[in-house]
Design a protein around this ligand. Sequence first.
Ligand SMILES: NC(=O)c1ccc[n+]([C@@H]2O[C@H](COP(=O)([O-])OP(=O)(O)OC[C@H]3O[C@@H](n4cnc5c(N)ncnc54)[C@H](O)[C@@H]3O)[C@@H](O)[C@H]2O)c1
Length: 421
Amino acid sequence: MNVVIFGLGYVGSAAAGCIASQGHTIIGVDVSDAKVAALNSGRAPVYEPGLDELIAAAHADGRIKAVTRVSDELDNCDIAIVCVGTPSGVDGAHDMSFIAQVTREIAAALKPDRASPLTLVYRSTMRPGSCENIIWPIIESHLGAEAEKTVELVYNPEFLREASAIEDFFHPPKIVIGTLGGKPSANMAKLNEGINAPVFEVGLREAEITKFVDNSWHAVKVAFANEIGRVCQNLGISASEVHAIFKSDTKLNLSAYYTRPGGPFGGSCLPKDVRALQYIAADTGSATHLVDALIRSNEAHKHHQFLHATQGLEAGARVLLVGLAFKLETDDLRESPAVDMARKLLEAGYDVDIYDPKVAPSSLVGQNLGYAYSVLPRIDDLMVTQQTAESREYARIIATNRLIDTLAIDRTKLVDTSAIA
Ligand SMILES: NC(=O)c1ccc[n+]([C@@H]2O[C@H](COP(=O)([O-])OP(=O)(O)OC[C@H]3O[C@@H](n4cnc5c(N)ncnc54)[C@H](O)[C@@H]3O)[C@@H](O)[C@H]2O)c1
């Protein structure tokens, strides 16, 4: 295929060398004369191990060249890949001016009488909604009604890391292809031929947010590791031994466990032990800002779930809350997020029934008993049997866990707070 790459920085240059090595023909475009000159003399425009060799080989084959401005070159191209920079703007959001500029140049150079649409792929990291709200309007303003026939718009995030960019390009952790409506793209399939990785064909926004999620998660991991490292150092504990124990647990620690958006955390251990770690950190001057934010983040999520579950619900409406314990198959109510949900529903004036067959107020003892009655003093009157739950008319049914699957109820009234779809 003929591929044009806009932006010959770290991402664009690596893409140029790697895609050329797969046998495709490359035209690189960059506003920098120096980068264009480097590529045209068979050298990589940036330093990346192994890249000079790939570009020299493609240059020797006559399959790579560069220009500072694109015009008729686009006519014979199958794919255009945009890798221009999206640096931080003054307000912290991405500065989208390079994206807007390069999109205008592409739209102006595109001719509507193409034999097949140009697959226009954005690899730069940008805010979800950018393809639909910035890029497509620019294309449409140049091509009008011909836009859809002329351009297949794709967002394809790049997962390479500098210094191992070539290895990462050919062995990515995943391939994410975002299109309008999540439709597969034949040209993207051709471009990714021979690359073995799970493929996700999704909508543009799901693809656009991928890098934010990944990079923020990586930042969370580094910050968390360093907070634990500080606490250990201040307590004279071997951080490296603690790390060895931590990372050995691929069942609960380094796994997909606890990563699905849904219910807040709760129960007798997590909130208590997070607060205790906060205390130790403050006591030792370890300044654990990330750990300190966990309880507040969780409380914010509980309130978000309450607002989501009661959206559009009339004051005084009858509500069934399904699941009161902090998880299935326990009667432990201590710091159960469902207890907070019940309290918020009551405080807002709803007529609340609660169904949880494992929770019998008369059997609660000790701290569990004290906690339940201090937060829900009317708990005895609120609990209902399965028969009542299934027979009463409710304006809304709020599920906090999979207990809902055991009830024969009208699901049109259901809000499931245990999962965010
Ligand atoms: N560097 C990485 O490891 C990495 C990894 C994944 C994703 N990304 C994302 O990819 C994008 C590019 O990153 P980078 O590190 O390669 O940036 P970079 O700053 O190294 O390169 C961007 C290039 O775009 C060129 N450019 C600007 N306007 C142009 C225009 N109108 N026409 C042609 N060229 C133009 C610049 O001259 C520059 O050479 C960013 O959005 C970044 O967040 C980077």
